[in-house]
Design a protein around this ligand. Structure first.
Ligand code: ACK
Length: 993
C-alpha cells in the first residue's frame, strides 16, 4: 500500500465506516466541551505549519455527516517538524482541562522503505494566553503535554487482514489560569490521522437530591472538594440545610441535610406535587398524601386536611387522620333512688358513642316548682338551676362512670336532673346534644345540725347565746331545742328550752360553773341532729372578800348558805320520799318545779289548766290571742263537741298566710263549756312536737270564740284509711304509726295522759304525717291514786281503753299504750272498727276473759306482736312509747321484716314481753271463739259452711264466703281475717293473752 494522501483518505474512509460507532456519541453529563472538532461542519481553520505538514481533510462519518480531520504522513523524509495549532479555546471557568484525541497511527513496519525516518508518536502541546492571538504562532512558547503513541496501531484479524485501529487518548492539563489557550500537535515524521479532538472540562452537573437542587458546579483543580449548598425545590422547606460536595472528577459526594414537601404536597420525581382531590397532607414531610378519613372530604387539590361532612365534627386535638365524629346519643335507662334529701342516679351508656371514646357525663340539676295547670291536666314546670350548695359525688361534670350521688337537696322538693353524655365534639354541635331527664321528689328530712354557736354575754347566773341557722334546714325551722347541763353532772340532769329565733338567754345558772349545751333545730320533719357540745362558763361570784376583817362576814354568809342548802336538801329528800311512796309507774317520778307543778329532770312538764283558779289566765299563758280580723273562714269541715270545725286562713302581720283549722264555740255556751272548750287550747299550747297538732292561737276577746290550729289536709286518720283501703305500703303504714308513737312519747314525757287515743283523734296532713289531736278529755295525772278515781271523764271510749282504766279509771301512759295498740290495729286494718259490732259490754267481758283482737289481714307478725304487747293485762308489762318508737324505727330500717305476716308465722323472738308471764287461756273450739267474740254478724250464714277443723276453715276465702251469702265486703274481711287468726293460733298458740 502506498502512502500518498489519497490512499490515506481511503484509509480514513474505511476507518469512518467501519470503526467509528454507528451512533452519535453522548458525552457524560459531567463533561463540558470547550472544543469538539466533530461538531464543526465547515473548515476548522486551524493553523498548519509548515503548510505541507498537517493537512485538513473533509470526510463523512458513519451517518454521512461531514467531519473535519487532519493528517500528516511525511514518513519518507527526515527531520519532520509539522505543527498543527487549534484555534484559541476560551477556558471559561475550568481550571483543569481534558483533551481527548482520536487518531490512527500507522505502524512503521507496515510501510515499506521508511525505516530510519518513520515515527510512531506525535506530541501534544498547549499555550495559555489571555487573548486570541490570531494567526500569530510561536512554536517555542508551547508547553508539551505529552508524547502520544498509539497503543495498537494495527490489529491482526482472524482472516489475516490488517485493519486500522482508532486510538483514543485523553490527557489532563491544568491548572489553567489565563482566559484561553491553544493546543498544538507536533508531528516528527509519523503517519497519523487526527480523527477528532475534543477539549472539555468536568463539572458536577445540576442535580436534585433530597428535594434540594444543586447547580452545575465546576470542581477545583486541587484535590479538595467544593462544598455546595442546595436550595429546596418548590413547595418544600429545609429540614436541615442541604449540602453536597463536588469532587474534582465532577461527581457529587456526601449529600447532607434535606428538604421536605410542604403540607398539601407530596414528593413525586424529586419534586413536591399537590395532593389530589380526596387526599390531604397536613404536615411537612416526604410522606405521601393520605386518603380523607371517614365522614370527611376534600374537593380541592393541595388540601391540608379534609372537611367534615354535615353533622360531623372534629375536636380541637383530633388528628387530621381521625374520622369526623358527632356528639353521642343520650344516656339510657336513668334510674333514681331517693334517700331523704339525696338521690343516687344511675344510667346506661349511650347507644351511639358518636364514633369517639372520650365520653363523659354531665348532670344538670334543676329545681322545679310545681306544675302550672293549663286546663287539660297537663302543665308546665317552672325550673331554675339548683342551689350551689347541692353536692354531687364524685362531681357533676366530667363523670367517667354512669352513676352520681346528689346530696344536700331540699326536702320535699321536685328536682329534674338532666344527664348528658358528652364527647370531644359536643361543644361543636350544641343543637345535636341530647340528654336524658329524670324528675324526682325528695323525701322529708330533718334539718342539718347547728354548727356555729356564739356566746354573746355572760354573767354570774346567765349567758346569752346566738347561733346560725343550720346549713340545710330542709324546711321551715319551727324552733330550736336548747339542751344544757352542768359539765360535771354529765347529762344526768339537764334542762331543755325552746327558742323560735337564733338566740337565747339562759338564766338561773350557777356562778363560776362550766356548762355544756347542744342545740337542735326542728322542722315539720322533726328534729335534726344536735350540734356538737358547746361549753361555756358563768362568771365567778364577784362577791369576794379578801381582808381578815371580812372573814367574819364570810363565815356568816357561808353558814347562812349552808343552812339554806340543808333546808332545801331536806325538803327535796322528803319530797322524793313522798313521791316514791305514792308513785308506782316509772313515768310518775317527778321533781317539784315552779308553780307547784311536776316535771321529770330536764324535761318540761305539762301543766293542767284546771289547776289555774282563773282558766282564762291559763289560756293566755299557753296560747296566743289572735285578732279575729287575721282569720278568714273558708268552709265547714266537720262538727266538734262544742261547735263547728272550719278550714280557713290565718294571716298574721309580717308573716306568710297559712291554712288553718278553726274550732268554734257555738253561741249560748255556759261558762263551764267555755272553760272546757278553751282548756283544749291551754293544753295544746304547751306542746311543741311535729306529731302533735300545733296551736296557732285563740280568739277569746271577740265572738265566736275560736281555737285556731294548723290545717291537716287529709283530716282524721280513721276516715282517711277507710277512703284509701289497701292503698299504702307496709312502710308507709309503719311511718304513720311511728309518728303517732313519737307524738305519744312526747306527751308521756311531758306527763300528759291522753285518755282518748284513737285513729279518729289522729289527723293526717298532705305528707302523710300523723299528729295526735283532741285534748278535750285529757286530765293531768294525779300523784294521789285517789285522784284517778275521782277524775271526771264523761264517756269512756271502751274499745280503745285499757281494762284498768275502764275498771277503776286508772288512766296512765300505760293505758295510752293499750289505746295505741288499738290504733295500731285500726291502721293495719285500714280503719276497721275495733271489735266490729260487738257491744261495749261484750268487749269488756271478752277482753277481761283474755281474748284479743285477731291480726288484721296481711298484718306483719311483728306489728301484731306489738299489738298483743300493748294489750298486756298487766300494764307495767306494756311497752313504753319510747320502746314502741324504737321497735318501729327498727322495722323501718329493716322493711324486709314486714313481709312475715302474723297469719303464717310463729311469734317472733325479739319480744318485749316474757310470754311466760302472760295469761294464755286456751282457744277452745271455733264456736267458742265466735261466741266469745260475738263479732260475726253473719254467724248464721257462716254456720252453713262445714268446718271440721280450723285448718280447712282458715283456707276459707272471700269467694267461699260469697257462696254462702256473705256478700258485704266488711264482714267478708272480718271473717277471713278472724279465720286466719284462728288458724295461726291453733298452730302457734292461742290469740287471747
Ligand atoms: O275527718 P275530718 O275531715 O277531720 O273531720 C273531722 C272534723 O274536723 C271534726 O273534728 C276535722 N278537723 C279537725 N281538726 C282539723 C284540722 N286541724 N285540720 C283539718 N281538719 C280538722 C276532722
Amino acid at each position: 500500500m502506498d502512502c500518498n494522501p489519497r490512499s490515506l483518505l481511503f484509509i480514513l474512509h474505511l476507518l469512518m465506516t467501519c470503526v467509528i460507532p454507528a451512533f452519535p456519541i453522548i458525552y457524560p453529563p459531567n463533561e463540558v466541551n470547550l472544543l469538539d472538532s466533530k461538531a464543526s461542519q465547515g473548515e476548522l481553520g486551524w493553523i498548519s505549519y509548515p503548510s505541507h505538514g498537517w493537512e485538513e481533510i473533509s470526510g463523512v462519518d458513519e451517518h454521512y455527516t461531514p467531519i473535519r480531520t487532519f493528517q500528516v504522513c511525511n514518513v519518507m523524509e527526515y527531520s519532520q517538524n509539522n505543527w498543527l495549532r487549534t484555534n484559541w479555546i476560551p477556558r471559561r471557568s475550568a481550571q483543569k482541562i481534558y483533551v481527548e484525541l482520536k487518531f490512527t497511527l500507522r505502524d512503521c513496519n507496515s510501510i515499506p522503505l521508511v525505516l530510519g525516518t518513520c515515527k510512531e508518536t506525535f506530541n501534544l502541546l498547549y499555550l495559555e494566553t489571555e487573548d486570541d492571538e490570531g494567526s500569530h504562532f510561536r512554536e517555542h512558547q508551547f508547553l508539551k503535554i505529552d508524547t502520544i503513541a498509539a497503543d495498537e496501531s494495527f490489529t491482526q484479524t482472524d482472516l489475516g487482514d490488517r485493519i486500522l485501529k482508532l486510538n483514543t487518548e485523553v490527557r489532563e492539563v491544568g491548572p489553567m489560569s489565563k482566559k484561553g489557550f491553544y493546543l498544538a500537535f507536533q508531528d516528527v515524521g509519523a503517519c497519523v490521522a487526527l480523527v477528532s479532538v475534543r477539549v472539555y472540562f468536568k463539572k458536577c452537573p445540576y442535580t436534585v437530591r433530597n428535594l434540594a437542587s444543586f447547580p452545575d458546579t465546576v470542581p477545583m483543580d486541587s484535590q479538595s472538594l467544593v462544598e455546595v449548598k442546595g436550595s429546596c425545590v418548590n413547595h418544600s422547606k429545609e429540614e436541615e440545610p442541604p449540602r453536597m460536595y463536588c469532587s474534582t472528577e465532577g461527581e457529587w459526594l456526601v449529600p447532607i441535610g434535606k428538604c421536605l414537601c410542604n403540607p398539601g404536597y407530596e414528593e413525586r420525581s424529586s419534586t413536591c406535587q399537590t395532593c389530589r382531590a380526596g387526599f390531604y397532607k397536613s404536615t411537612l414531610g416526604n410522606m405521601e398524601c393520605s386518603k380523607c378519613p371517614p365522614h370527611s372530604f376534600s374537593h380541592h387539590e393541595g388540601s391540608l386536611h379534609c372537611s367534615c361532612e354535615k353533622n360531623y365534627f372534629r375536636a380541637e386535638g383530633d388528628p387530621a387522620s381521625m374520622a369526623c365524629t358527632r356528639p353521642p346519643s343520650s344516656p339510657r335507662n336513668v334510674i333514681s333512688s331517693i334517700n331523704e334529701t339525696s338521690v343516687i342516679l344511675d344510667w346506661s351508656w349511650p347507644e351511639d358513642s358518636g364514633g369517639r371514646k372520650d365520653i363523659t357525663f354531665t348532670v344538670l340539676c334543676k329545681r322545679c316548682r310545681g306544675v302550672v295547670a293549663n286546663g287539660n291536666n297537663s302543665g308546665t314546670q317552672r325550673c331554675e338551676p339548683c342551689r350551689s350548695n347541692v353536692r354531687f359525688l364524685p362531681r357533676a361534670t366530667g363523670l367517667h362512670n354512669t352513676t352520681v350521688t346528689v346530696a344536700d337537696l331540699l326536702a320535699h322538693t321536685n328536682y329534674t336532673f338532666e344527664i348528658e353524655a358528652q364527647n370531644g365534639v359536643s361543644l361543636s354541635a350544641p343543637k345535636m346534644r341530647q340528654y336524658a331527664a329524670v324528675t324526682i321528689t325528695t323525701n322529708q328530712a330533718a334539718p342539718s345540725p347547728v354548727t356555729v354557736i356564739r356566746k354573746e354575754k355572760t354573767s354570774r347566773n346567765s349567758v346569752s347565746l346566738t347561733w346560725q341557722e343550720p346549713e340545710r334546714p330542709n324546711g321551715i325551722i319551727l324552733d330550736y331545742e336548747i339542751k344544757y347541763y352542768e359539765k360535771e353532772e354529765q347529762e344526768t340532769s339537764y334542762t331543755i328550752l325552746r327558742a323560735r329565733g337564733c338566740n337565747v338567754t339562759l338564766n338561773g345558772l350557777k356562778p363560776n360553773t362550766a356548762y355544756l349545751l347542744q342545740i337542735r333545730a326542728r322542722t315539720a320533719a322533726g328534729y335534726g341532729a344536735s350540734s356538737p357540745s358547746f361549753q361555756f362558763e358563768t362568771s365567778p361570784d364577784s362577791f369576794s372578800i379578801s381582808s381578815e376583817s371580812s372573814q367574819v362576814v364570810l363565815i356568816a354568809i357561808s353558814s347562812a348558805v349552808a343552812i339554806i342548802l340543808l333546808t332545801v336538801l331536806l325538803y327535796v329528800l322528803i319530797g322524793r320520799f313522798c313521791c316514791r311512796s305514792k308513785s308506782k309507774h316509772p313515768d310518775e317520778k317527778r321533781l317539784h318545779f315552779g308553780n307547784g307543778h311536776l316535771r321529770l329532770p330536764g324535761i318540761r312538764t305539762y301543766v293542767d289548766p284546771h289547776t289555774y283558779e282563773d282558766p282564762s289566765q291559763a289560756v293566755h299563758e299557753f296560747a296566743k290571742e289572735l285578732d279575729a280580723s287575721c282569720i278568714a273562714i273558708d268552709k265547714v269541715v266537720g262538727a266538734g263537741e262544742f261547735g263547728e270545725v272550719c278550714s280557713g286562713r290565718l294571716k298574721l302581720p309580717s308573716k306568710k298566710e297559712i291554712c288553718v283549722a278553726i274550732k268554734t264555740l257555738k253561741g249560748g255556751y255556759t261558762d263551764k263549756q267555755r272553760r272546757d272548750f278553751l282548756a283544749e287550747a291551754s293544753i295544746m299550747g304547751q306542746f311543741d312536737h311535729p306529731n302533735i297538732i300545733r296551736l296557732e292561737g285563740v280568739v277569746t276577746r271577740s265572738k265566736p270564740v275560736m281555737i285556731v290550729t294548723e290545717y291537716m289536709e287529709n283530716g282524721s286518720l280513721d276516715s282517711f284509711l277507710r277512703k284509701h283501703d289497701a292503698q299504702f305500703t307496709g312502710i308507709q303504714l309503719v311511718g304513720m304509726l311511728r309518728g303517732i308513737a313519737s307524738g305519744m312519747k312526747y306527751l308521756s314525757d311531758m306527763g300528759y295522759v291522753h285518755r282518748d287515743l284513737a285513729a279518729r283523734n289522729i289527723l293526717v296532713n298532705s305528707n302523710l304525717v300523723c299528729k295526735v289531736s283532741d285534748f278535750g278529755l285529757s286530765r293531768v295525772l294525779e300523784d294521789d291514786p285517789e285522784a284517778a278515781y275521782t277524775t271526771r271523764g264523761g264517756k269512756i271510749p271502751i274499745r280503745w281503753t285499757a281494762p284498768e282504766a275502764i275498771a277503776y279509771r286508772k288512766f296512765t301512759s300505760a293505758s295510752d299504750a293499750w289505746s295505741y295498740g288499738i290504733v295500731l290495729w285500726e291502721v293495719m286494718s285500714y280503719g276497721e272498727r275495733p271489735y266490729w259490732e260487738m257491744s261495749n259490754q261484750d268487749v269488756i267481758k271478752a277482753v277481761d276473759e283474755g281474748y284479743r283482737l285477731p291480726p288484721p289481714m296481711d298484718c306483719p307478725a311483728t306489728l301484731y306482736q306489738l299489738m298483743l304487747d300493748c294489750w298486756q293485762k298487766e300494764r307495767n308489762n306494756r311497752p313504753k312509747f319510747e320502746q314502741i318508737v324504737s321497735i318501729l324505727d327498727k322495722l323501718i330500717r329493716n322493711p324486709g321484716s314486714l313481709k312475715i305476716t302474723a297469719n303464717t308465722t310463729s311469734r317472733p323472738a325479739n319480744l318485749l314481753l316474757d310470754r311466760s308471764s302472760a295469761e294464755v287461756p286456751s282457744m277452745g273450739n271455733m264456736g267458742d271463739w265466735m261466741d266469745a267474740m260475738r263479732t260475726l254478724p253473719c254467724k248464721e250464714a257462716f254456720s252453713g259452711v262445714s268446718y271440721s277443723s280450723c285448718d280447712t276453715l282458715a283456707k276459707t276465702s272471700t269467694e267461699d264466703l260469697k257462696k254462702v251469702g256473705v256478700t258485704v265486703v266488711g264482714p267478708q274481711k272480718k271473717i277471713v281475717s278472724s279465720l286466719k287468726a284462728l288458724d295461726s293460733h291453733t298452730k302457734n298458740g292461742p290469740v287471747p293473752v
